[in-house]
Design a binder for this molecule. Sequence first.
Ligand code: IMP
Ligand code: MG
Length: 174
Amino acid sequence: MAETVKEMLSEEELANRIKELGEQISKDYEGEEVFLVCILKGAAFFACELAKRISVPVTIDFMATSSYGSGTVSTGEVQIKKDLDLGVEGKNVIIVEDIIDSGNTLNYLSNIFKDRKAKSVKMCAMLDKPERREVDVPMDYIGFTIPDAFVVGYGLDYDQKYRNLPYIGVVEFD
Ligand code: IMP
Ligand code: MG
């Protein structure tokens, strides 16, 4: 199946919004430190850019959860494929995701960090597709709210392709 990608959010729009999110987080955590939990692989590009825009002390670590495989529909089941190297007890955790879709991933992860006795747990996603929500998850930081479309770029993939696009695009299947 062939597909084409049409730009939805430009490199500049993304950079500007990430700067704003970084400033907001720096303000919210003034006098504190934050522990960014980046969900691999999709959120890696976003988390690194965001980390550079935060002015309070930042620790960053990486975790991988089960994904969609090569399809575009969530299975609803979440599994940890790679856990953090560092402990989160007593830390101000911010889970950094590429996109919140059904909400299953973030719902599952927020409970995990509460069990691990984080001092606080907040959630940040670059993109939000609210139309597709199956579980209600309280989001603290959202980059952009987008309509229900399958998007790629800036870390997001379709069948492992397009993660390296510097913008967000919609995949059109023809
Ligand atoms: P959720 O658990 O359904 O909220 O799924 C979140 C995960 O699904 C994200 O971390 C992405 O890996 C993947 N995902 C959801 N929507 C898209 C999309 O439009 N493009 C690429 N990946 C997506
Ligand atoms: Mg993901």
